[in-house]
Ligand binder design. Sequence first.
Ligand code: GLC
Length: 676
Amino acid sequence: MNMVFYLGSSAMKPACRILFATRCPAPFRFISAKWNHAGSMGALSSFRFDFGRCLFHTNPCRAVNIGRAVDEVQNTFCLPGSGFGRSWNLLGSRGLHGDISHRGVIAVADAVRSLSTSVETRVNDKNFERIYVQGGMNVKPLVVERIDKDENIVGVEDSSIEVVDDNINLEKSKAGLNESNDVSAKREESQVEKEAWKLLQDAVVMYCGSPVGTVAANDLGDKQPLNYDQVFIRDFVPSALAFLLKGEGEIVRNFLLHTLQLQSWEKTVDCYSPGQGLMPASFKVRTVPLDENKVEEVLDPDFGESAIGRVAPVDSGLWWIIMLRAYGKITGDYALQERVDVQTGIKLIMNLCLTDGFDMFPSLLVTDGSCMIDRRMGIHGHPLEIQALFYNALRCSREMLSVNDGSKNLVRAINNRLSALSFHIREYYWVDMKKINEIYRYKTEEYSTDATNKFNIYPEQIPLWLMDWIPENGGYLIGNLQPAHMDFRFFTLGNLWSIVSSLSTPKQNEAILNLIESKWDDLMGHMPLKICYPALKREDWRIITGSDPKNTPWSYHNGGSWPTLLWQFTLACIKMGRPELAEKAVALAEKRLSEDRWPEYYDTRTGRFIGKQSRLFQTWTIAGFLASKMLLENPETASNLFWEEDYELLEICVCALSKSGRKKCSRGAARSQILV
Ligand code: GLC
């Protein structure tokens, strides 16, 4: 049987809805119910599922197992019966809240999210039942629930969920922000900065009357915006930072809460449902016409099912966690991260990342194009960018998760992974003169647990360019590591976030900045900052990119220059006490960005030309520039985002925890050399 049912909608504002789904219908159809405050469904004491209304533009079919979730929600709300496709009576919501309003719907949604709080057990529990909650284009309206009682009590009846009006109750965060966090207020802004602020404001996206994000690009002359008119999770990060440093927390808070509602509700590629907890790559606010000249606004997420190449947005959830922590640190509004639904969101992401698979490494195994580089570029496997963001998100989660019986297993798993991951990256991804010389003399085909050349790297793989390029006093983390394969390309974002999160050692951090400084012409050129170095050429380009005409050598992801990387470079430089390097790079960018109309990326070996297919008025270029300026002016604010070395973590050795005595731990010997 193919059934999808629709649980609810909002009351006062344009109706926004929550969907639950079961099997793949053919043709798929939705059972929808509408309700509004005035009671267009009569007294609202009940609502019916109404077959035949298709709400999705993408293929919504999926195999989901929500039976348990629904049963539990039904029980919680005294809903009758467990059969789908029948009328449900939501009188239960009256019982809970004393009146009939959209609270009931929100409570149901939260009930489902609360049920999901059992995820932490899944780290060790292979029998964990997955609960899929699907929202698709239809999510809750802009309502913010405030949980007044003890937030650790998960039961719905105990958590009095209060719907605050569209004028979000942000007193707390606003107070914190307005008093002290407008770090830009100290001096007169330059013309370029003023222009940038204006453009950033113009890029703001509204949903039900409140700001929820920024579009990726706001180029009015662009006839083919593709998906650049959407709010990308990763692209919003510098916008969020710029707003936070400016003292504007509301948009960030709204963004965090709305994307949380989109989490893992709907993403399908040809009827396949990936794991719960995935965050979308982007979302769009759509206006859907209703009867009687009314419209409703819906949030329409893209989990990769519409993206070019159908790439999985692995980095989105990691960025979301990083942003959540930054929001708390900068605004002082820690109540947000303590909320039950937000805690559950963190757990879902962590749980998805920590799920066991076939992989042997502590690094995260992903498909090609699962991060900022969202096209085929030979970065499938264990790309550095994902590992650095993963490490950072693990550290943020460990700090933000409230430890209790329900979360202690997850926290333990996070600690173990942090320790193993940092060891793995520091030991096996690091290259400098000395290490390359070692690899150059590697023996191969070593069979044993104490092999030196563990991944069976053939020395012939060392590229010729690298032998000349590697400086005496610098080093970096390679782009990827697989059996018999080291990707020696320098990937900027991964190296910068390794510094920021202390994934690499303090010495390695120094050495990465040394390398950037000594290879300034290659990595900064006329416009900071190369996304990777060097470009893939000729046969490599043909085979690795699949002859991608957008990723020709020194263009776009293949060695193009991306000004948005500037704020991340600034962060790393401030952390390492070398702000002058960042100042030099920002000055370089400032000379051209406004004149060039804030391009997305630049082409050529040294970044002289505006990218061939570059969008103009690209928001993260604008926001990245502003964030860099503000960070440089108030370097102390950078500490809200970076991490120092955690010496306790270095003491944990996962092997010691292994019950089977089969593993031989090689960390003891390596530890002294690589950990500091
Ligand atoms: C491109 C970039 C990606 C970015 C998106 C929106 O696809 O590769 O990182 O998020 O554009 O700007």
